[in-house]
Design a protein around this ligand. Structure first.
Ligand SMILES: O=C1NC[C@H](CO)[C@@H](O)[C@@H]1O
Length: 434
């Protein structure tokens, strides 16, 4: 109707508020395309971007504008952001939360997302929004089970039982009531109208893609065939559901790759072959996965970088086989001496970032199905508030969510060598766009 109403002298005007189709990020064979060019992501993880955009409480809109300006200035063109959190009793989760119980939403935090999306649009940046979390730091899937199974949401930082946490959290996928509520939340966000600029999210090309969750896993490392089958079906069905709600945007899973697929390449390929999954994602965590010992950097570096290169190359090769673009949407390493102190050096982390950027840049230049990277994570002007580096409600937000020490993996605005490295490689990726 809008299109017809826009007819002026026979020339159809685009409906008010709707972007030209070419502005959306799309997939052309094995690359992203945007505005008639190949589009590479030189991105940052910025999980708390919506929180900073809130009009009250935790909102810090002036800081948000400054963070986006700083990122833009070093060539960052995309941010990966948590779209929704769930209120939970788990200690190491962010507070406040977007949903305070099934169907109960904090409109101020949702308005924060609106503000972020609008500010990104002013800077020609794009955003990946993830709609759930396999981990506890935003409530996530295990909080849904607390609501609908009635089981306690047990914080693995407290129980130290990560295997038990992962096996239990994966019950989310087959829990019908949890899936109904999750789809209700997806619908609410995907069909939201931005309260700042009046644009329906579905019509806003600032959003690059909807992501099922942060790091969804089929269970723990011993996931059964049944759990793997449930996981594979959940990815395809949920991705299809999102596409039914929104014809314009891409959909991805948020998977870590093999590390998030019980090290089962067949599972990673099968769970991402669905036509409803538009591009692949993988994450690289040498310290978390025990490849790198930051207290023994010299002894562990060679093994860690060799395994990292292998992880990168094998996932790019799997993307070739699947014929889909792939984004390394998380990678990180801690500061020198395994310190959380912002005054500690970043020599080793810079070397690691450089190795990642070089391999990805080289293979992207060779035409491999690479769509870019997002480092984990933007700390910017955030500063740790407590001597023990743990986050408490009211403290600054930074790249490290509440379940990790504040300063572990964050890249701060004072980390000049890291910012210079990021800028250099963002520029190199952009030079490939044609
Ligand atoms: O998604 C994630 N991947 C790794 C990050 C650093 O450990 C972690 O903070 C986050 O849960």
């Amino acid at each position: 109707a809008l299109a017809v109403a826009g007819m002026v002298g026979g020339a159809a005007a685009a409906p008010v508020g709707a972007a030209g189709k070419g502005e959306f990020v799309t997939v052309k064979q094995t690359h992203f395309a945007r505005k008639g060019q190949t589009y590479y992501i030189a991105g940052a993880n910025f999980w708390y971007g919506g929180y900073l955009g809130s009009p009250s409480g935790v909102g810090q809109r002036a800081r948000l504008r400054k963070e986006l300006d700083t990122m833009k200035a070093i060539g960052i063109n995309n941010v990966r952001v948590l779209a929704v959190s769930e209120k939970t009793d788990m200690t190491s989760a962010v507070r406040p939360a977007t949903t305070n119980g099934p169907g109960k939403y904090d409109e101020d935090l949702l308005a924060g997302l609106d503000f972020l999306v609008d500010e990104l649009g002013k800077r020609d940046m794009t955003v990946v929004l993830y709609l759930n979390n396999f981990w506890q730091w935003s409530g996530g899937m295990t909080q849904y089970l607390n609501w609908f199974e009635g089981t306690p949401a047990l914080d693995p930082n407290v129980t130290r039982d990560y295997d038990g946490y992962m096996a239990k959290t994966a019950r989310f996928y087959a829990n019908k009531e949890a899936q109904k509520e999750y789809r209700g939340t997806i619908k609410k966000i995907v069909q939201r109208v931005n309260t700042i600029n009046g644009k329906p999210y579905r019509d806003d090309p600032v959003i690059m893609s909807w992501q099922l969750a942060n790091e969804p896993r089929p269970g723990n490392g011993k996931a059964s065939d049944k759990e793997k089958a449930i996981y594979t079906t959940w990815i395809a069905d949920t991705a299809q559901y999102i596409h039914e709600l929104d014809k314009n945007h891409l959909v991805s899973s948020g998977s870590e790759g093999l590390a998030g697929s019980a090290q089962d390449a067949k599972l990673f390929m099968a769970s991402h072959s669905s036509k409803h999954i538009d591009y692949l994602t993988y994450h690289l965590w040498p310290k978390n996965w025990g490849w790198f010992d930051s207290k023994k950097p010299v002894e562990s570096w060679d093994g860690a970088i060799a395994r990292s290169r292998d992880y990168l190359n094998s996932h790019i090769d799997m993307a070739k086989t699947l014929g889909k673009p792939i984004v390394l949407e998380e990678f990180g390493l801690d500061r020198d001496g395994a310190s959380f102190d912002i005054k500690a050096g970043t020599t080793i982390r810079d070397r690691f970032y450089g190795e990642i950027f070089e391999l990805i840049g080289r293979r992207a230049a060779a035409g491999d199905p690479i769509a870019g990277w997002n480092f984990w994570a933007w700390g910017g002007a955030g500063r740790a508030a407590n001597a023990d580096y743990w986050w408490k409600q009211g403290n600054d937000f930074m790249g490290d969510p509440p379940q990790e020490e504040q300063g572990l993996y964050s890249v701060f605005d004072s980390d000049a060598s890291s910012l210079a490295l990021i800028k250099d490689h963002a520029d190199k990726l952009r030079s490939l766009q044609k």
